[in-house]
Ligand binder design. Structure first.
Ligand SMILES: Nc1ncnc2c1ncn2[C@@H]1O[C@H](COP(=O)(O)OP(=O)(O)OP(=O)(O)O)[C@@H](O)[C@H]1O
Ligand SMILES: [Mg+2]
Length: 293
């Protein structure tokens, strides 16, 4: 997935809302990425665009080699059926309530004319550890089981990309962890590129890459990897990165700005292997004098 300078402006009652303000994000094939960010930061807007339901006002977006702005309406339907799978927050929105798990899967596959439906359906329910729910309707399953069946339905037509918008929003902590683990499992087993939007602060325990969205832009990223100490012990290392866009803009985390009193301008210096950033001292002294007066 390649999103470059994505802008999405909504107009409601003559008022413009800039839900995405030049968002840039690249996700490689087979990656598992969590998207976090405050309410209203643009997460669902981004997923709506990636799923082919919505179009950006400006910018470019390519998924699995397809330019989403250049799709005809017929190609768009095909894209939504075969290239992406989707899991929503509301358990009731993912599955048809009057059909069993097996029938929900069969319906998704018949719409896309996916072959070998019976076997594929059994395999997916097995992979998500909900084979026992095959002949139950959603009201006969727990919330976690419904979401795992929903993931199976999302994967029914062998999509290249699985998108999930708050898939654990309605679940308790323990069940959330199971659903996140299930998503990590399918990412690993099937190699499907997976994007999970979540408010769940424990998500970083389950994924190697967490991208934070702030005000419609990607702000920081946390990458986790296994490090090895001098004694040979393995441990997790989490490193925070700022996202650098095409023209060199980056956003410093708010807590850095506050702790060093940085505002309006900072002093920059290019060193041999890094860039130094200092608060603009003269200005802060003047302000201190102002404050005393
Ligand atoms: N259809 C729409 N019409 C007008 N404004 C919209 C529309 N959809 C989203 N917005 C606005 O765009 C901004 C981003 O919304 P979005 O739903 O992407 O946020 P979010 O990060 O998913 O938030 P949450 O965590 O609460 O789900 C918000 O200010 C929202 O009010
Ligand atoms: Mg949302």
């Amino acid at each position: 997935m390649r999103c470059s300078d994505l802008v999405r402006i909504f107009t409601a009652d003559g008022v413009e809302v800039q839900a995405l303000q030049g968002l840039t994000l690249s996700v490689d094939s087979g990656e598992l990425v969590a998207i976090v960010g405050a309410s209203g930061s643009g997460k669902s807007t981004l997923l709506g665009i990636l799923s082919g339901l919505d179009k950006p006002t400006a910018g470019s977006v390519t998924v699995a080699g397809r330019d989403l702005l250049a799709l005809s309406s017929r190609e768009r339907v095909d894209y939504r059926r075969r290239t992406v799978g989707f899991v929503w927050q509301q358990t009731s929105r993912n599955l048809l309530g009057y059909l069993t798990a097996r029938e929900n899967l069969a319906l998704a596959m018949s719409l896309a004319r996916t072959p070998d439906r019976e076997r594929r359906s059994a395999d997916l329910l097995e992979l998500l550890e909900v084979a026992h729910c095959a002949d139950r309707t959603p009201s006969e399953m727990s919330g976690g089981e419904q979401q795992r069946v929903a993931i199976a339905v999302g994967l029914a037509n062998e999509p290249r990309v699985l998108l999930a918008d708050e898939p654990t929003g309605e679940l308790d902590e323990a069940t959330s962890a199971e659903v996140l683990e299930a998503m990590r499992g399918v990412n690993r087993e099937l190699g499907v590129t997976t994007l999970i939007v979540t408010h769940d602060p424990t998500v970083s325990d389950h994924v190697a890459r967490t991208v934070q969205i702030r005000d419609g832009r990607t702000a920081t990223e946390v990458l986790r990897r296994t490090g090895v100490t001098a004694e040979g012990d393995e441990h997790m290392v989490a490193e925070e990165y700022a996202v650098l866009d095409r023209v060199g803009r980056l956003q410093l985390p708010q807590e850095y700005l506050t702790s060093l009193g940085m505002r309006e301008r900072v002093r920059l210096a290019l060193e041999s292997d890094h860039v130094g950033v200092w608060p603009h001292v003269q200005q802060t002294q003047e302000e201190a004098a102002d404050d005393e007066r």
